[in-house]
Design a protein around this ligand. Structure first.
Ligand SMILES: [Zn+2]
Length: 289
């Protein structure tokens, strides 16, 4: 059925102070938003995520939602990005996707969702001579989109190369002042030998950058995928004891981890000689690149 306002031309006639002129029709904005939403690369399992269906059983989660609302209100000029940190299953990705979808729908934002482990895998794949995509094809939307969700930072395996690649992405977005929302299971431990800490995984410089560019919002609660949305205290106690992903058991297993000093991971810059310039020089790159 054609649009009743514009007959599918995308332009509607409006009258102001007795003067008739044309303006973009509501249906045009709606189609543009639908296109942006598809282009944002949100995985199917997160496409339903919105602020209204986010579970807020704990104070920290309610605080996180109010930070999310403030960010949406301030967009496109939020003071800083957001970094949601906390255990697995508390809804960090849900909240990040909800902000992205809301801003695409209501403010015409051009945004992009990116899972960090998949991004690094795709960048590595460009070094394979058989692929035609270059690093920049893979990195362009991540570096340039006005709004970026970087999901699961810290889930990738630690290496010099990974640290440099992530430092590059974060530095470019920081220096271009582009809004970034990060989700991570890393913890902010001052102990640089802790394998789950920001310092160990990303290096001290990148951690400092993240502090400057994002407001850190801690989210804690139980894993709703394991205990259900309305858990009883008994159910939570049982989960804490038995689940390998409960905060208690993560703490226990951390004590048994093999420890590596931050010095062993020391990286010399290879990505982005200058922070504001895209200049990837990876020795494993394609011949001639
Ligand atoms: Zn229309």
């Amino acid at each position: 059925m054609p649009c009743a306002l514009c007959d599918d031309t995308g332009w509607k006639t409006i009258e102001a102070d007795g003067v008739r002129r044309v303006a973009r029709c509501d249906c045009w904005y709606q189609r543009a938003a639908e296109y942006q939403l598809r282009a944002a690369g949100i995985p199917t399992r997160y496409r339903h995520c919105s602020l209204s269906n986010f579970e807020t059983h704990y104070d920290s989660l309610r605080r996180a939602v109010s930070r999310a609302r403030k960010f949406i209100e301030d967009y496109p000029v939020p003071e800083r990005g957001l970094l949601f940190w906390g255990a697995y299953g508390v809804g960090k990705t849900h909240l990040a996707v909800a902000i992205l979808r809301e801003l695409i729908a209501t403010k015409g934002a051009v945004g992009y969702f990116c899972e960090v482990p998949a991004l690094l895998k795709n960048v590595r794949a460009t070094y394979d001579a058989k692929t035609t995509d270059g690093e920049m094809d893979v990195l362009a939307p991540v570096l340039r989109s006005d709004l970026l969700v970087l999901d699961d930072l810290g889930e990738e395996r630690t290496s010099e190369w990974v640290q440099e690649a992530l430092a590059h992405v974060i530095n470019v977005r920081y220096s271009e002042n582009r809004a970034t929302i990060i989700t991570t299971g890393l913890i902010d431990s001052p102990d640089s030998t802790d394998p789950r800490s920001f310092i160990f995984k990303l290096g001290g410089r990148t951690r400092s950058r993240l502090i400057e560019m994002c407001e850190w919002v801690h989210m804690e609660g139980t894993d709703s995928r394991e205990v259900g949305p309305e858990p009883t205290p008994e159910r939570i106690a049982e989960w804490q004891e038995k689940s390998p992903t409960s905060p208690k058991n993560i703490e226990r297993s951390r004590k048994g981890f093999p420890q590596k000093t931050a010095g062993q991971l020391k990286a010399k810059p290879r990505f982005g000689g200058r922070e504001d310039k895209v200049d990837l020089k990876w020795p494993g790159g394609r011949a001639g690149s």
